[in-house]
Design a binder for this molecule. Structure first.
Ligand SMILES: *Cc1c(COP(=O)(O)O)cnc(C)c1O
Length: 666
């Protein structure tokens, strides 16, 4: 461990050299870009974030340039930018790692993935995934009636799979069986034993011989934030005793050939590769045993769960996974092969339902900082007037004591700082009490607050240079009180729902100025009136980092943040808290022929106020009538002039077509 002395000298050197010694490599390290950027995102020499969206090509797109372009086209922010090429690149990578694992291991069958559309149902996303996956025979997975209806007409390619999970009613079963009748490779996955009997009845009434799969409830349960989806207690899947009963029924009804697929799903974002291996071996054992009992299974479907690294890339990091794409494919392929070879059964066609791993990287949410709330401090040269209230003077003296202690280097320094902190807390409370009783003018209360925060800041700066294990937790906690708040134009509930609900961390950083040292610390807060409406932890090498390094906003307006890896679940699940609607989005394609290396193929406006209100049953005609009546009454009472009334009504009606987010002045 380094000594306190050494730590002091390094921090001081960094502080005095200021910006000169700050490089974009430092910024990449600070925001951990290499860990989550997956070689797509990087910081350019000019301090702008850029994306290299094409597979194995150097063409890069400056994200800030896209933002300026969108502003010129009057796109309202926050906006989501989809880099469609990144989506394609991820599809290709996923298929290639499986192809490599199959080749390297000598596996004697193929991989045929499906994209679970619940991860991002946007039509363009689904089409892009299918397009990129066509050479690999990639199909789709649906989990509900609406998803089935959306997916069914999209599988034009012969043999591409449509796996239907979720509980299926009669109408869904009919639709699935009709799909099979016309030769589509649609496979319903039985989630509950009763569903199987239902399928047989419907098939009989339609005179078709059904094909189906079953979701097996494994002993292995998932890991990470979604651990509940697998294992004995999971909501889905049939148990091993039920599976045997089902096989018996298949034999009795002469339908043994109907069962072609086994499936399991442990939940999303499995953080530990050992869990994947264990589950895959377990399902393969079931596969082998059934095969030996005459069930002609063809497919083994390992479900979703292939995780993405949102975090800093350390093991044990809550936001990441401990394996790469290739390691995942290897784990699946080698585990299946090992069990099949031991049991001497043929290798099945492998399916994975990887959604997050395909879509997460391709979209970036662009959010503007609207302002900052900083703790007010006193000027370093400040001296109080002679007639100042004694309590306020004492706060001033505490500040002086802290500065003295900071300049000394003895063993009592820490206890002195701690005592000063306790005194400062006490005196601030005293000042508040005096104010409440009317003994302190408001100007002096303001001064007391500034002195208090100045003392806290000075204490904190000092203890930051000491070894953390020797610092009392109450002083470490000062950190949280001293950070700024940056008010940002977005809603946590609409755009990063998983952050609020399960504490998933997402990579966030400024879009430019990254060649300058970010010397402020901030918590990003959103526009909603909810105290949970903020980003409460940030990706860093420290697992519990509750602030983000940012730049001072002065002279840097507009100042944008990029929220990265938004493409899986987030942009599709948003909740309309405070009636903030879907954000605008732009679909961007790389193109080396274009001057900036890209073109915008499509812009989808965000939800307007009118559309958002309609979801909760307020309609323009009715609101117009009510507002009109209200204004007429005011005119009749002489409160406003008719002309002003007409203008007010127009102004009110203009709001309907506007975005639900804050519109900064240009
Ligand atoms: C959600 C879900 C998936 C997708 O999981 P990812 O972890 O996003 O790949 C796949 N299969 C089923 C059954 C699901 O419910």
């Amino acid at each position: 461990m380094r000594s306190v002395k050494e730590l002091e000298s390094t921090t001081e050197a960094a502080a005095t050299d200021g910006r000169a010694d700050w490089t974009v490599e430092d910024a990449e390290e600070l925001y951990r870009v290499k860990a989550w950027g997956d070689s797509f995102y990087f910081i350019k020499e000019d301090g702008h974030v850029a994306v290299r969206p094409l597979h194995q090509q150097s063409l890069s797109i400056d994200i800030y340039a896209v933002v300026q372009d969108l502003r010129q086209r009057n796109v309202s922010f926050p906006a989501l930018i989809r880099f469609q090429d990144v989506l394609q690149a991820r599809v290709v990578r996923l298929n290639k790692v499986f192809i490599k694992a199959i080749r390297d291991s000598g596996y004697r069958n193929r991989y045929q993935g499906v994209y679970p559309i619940k991860v991002n149902q946007l039509h363009e996303v689904v089409e892009e995934v299918l397009e990129a996956g066509r050479p690999y025979g990639m199909g789709l997975e649906s989990g509900s009636k609406a998803e089935l209806v959306a997916a069914l007409p999209h599988l034009e390619q012969d043999g591409a799979l449509l796996i239907c999970n979720g509980y299926k009613d009669e109408m869904m079963l009919r639709l699935i069986l009709s799909g099979q009748q016309i030769g589509q490779n649609v496979i319903p996955v039985i989630e509950k034993y009763g569903e199987f009997e239902h399928l047989l009845r419907v098939a009989q009434s339609m005179s078709v011989r059904p094909r189906c799969g079953v979701r097996v409830r494994l002993g292995t349960s998932g890991s990470g934030k979604w651990a509940e989806s697998g294992g004995d207690q999971s909501k889905f899947g049939i148990s091993i005793p039920e599976l045997l009963m089902l096989i018996q029924r298949l034999k009795e009804t002469n339908h043994t050939d109907a069962l072609v697929l086994l499936h399991f799903h442990l939940g999303s974002q499995i953080s530990d590769i050992q869990i994947v291996k264990q589950a895959v071996k377990e399902i393969t054992q079931v596969y082998a045993q059934l095969l030996k009992r005459g069930v002609p299974l063809q497919y083994l479907d390992v479900g979703g769960g292939l995780g993405v690294n949102y975090g800093a890339g350390y093991s044990g990091d809550h936001d990441g996974v401990n394996y790469s794409l290739q390691e995942y494919a290897n784990a699946v392929v080698y585990s299946v092969k090992e069990v099949c070879d031991e049991e001497q059964v043929v290798h099945p066609i492998l399916i994975s339902e990887s959604g997050r791993a395909i879509t997460a990287h391709h979209s970036v949410l662009i959010v503007e900082a609207l302002g900052s709330y900083n703790k007010d401090l006193v000027d370093p040269a400040f001296t109080p007037p002679a007639d100042i209230n004694p309590t306020v003077r004492e706060l001033y003296e505490i500040l002086g004591r802290v500065k003295d202690a900071a300049n000394r280097r003895d063993t009592r320094q820490l206890s002195d700082l701690r005592e000063a902190f306790h005194d400062a807390v006490e005196k601030r409370q005293e000042a508040d009490t005096l104010f409440g009783l009317g003994y302190l003018p408001i100007e002096e209360k303001a001064l007391a607050e500034r002195l208090y925060w100045s003392a806290c800041k000075a204490i904190h700066e000092r203890i930051e240079r000491l070894a953390p294990e020797s610092v009392p937790t109450e002083l470490l906690a000062l950190n949280d009180h001293l950070v700024d708040q940056y008010l940002c134009d977005f809603s946590v509930f609409q755009s990063i729902l998983d952050h609020w609900s399960i504490g998933q961390g997402f990579p966030i950083m400024p879009l430019r100025y990254l060649n300058e040292r970010p010397d402020r610390r901030a918590v990003l807060v959103d526009l909603t009136c909810d105290s949970d409406g903020k980003v409460s932890h940030y990706v860093s090498s420290n697992s519990d980092k509750r602030f983000l390094e940012v730049h001072d906003l002065v002279g840097k307006e507009p100042y944008y943040f990029g929220f990265f890896l938004m493409g899986a679940y987030q942009d599709i699940m948003g909740d309309s808290h405070n009636l903030f609607g879907r954000v605008a989005e732009a679909h961007v394609y790389a193109d080396a022929e274009e001057p900036a290396g890209y073109y915008i193929e499509k812009i989808i406006p965000g939800t307007s106020i009118q559309d958002q209100l309609a979801l909760v049953q307020y309609f323009p005609n009715d609101l117009h009538r009510r507002m009109n009546n209200l204004i007429r009454q005011k005119i009749e009472k002489g409160i406003i002039r008719p002309k002003a009334g007409v203008e007010l009504l127009e102004q009110y009606m203009e709001c309907f077509s506007q975005s639900t987010y804050y519109k900064p002045v240009d």
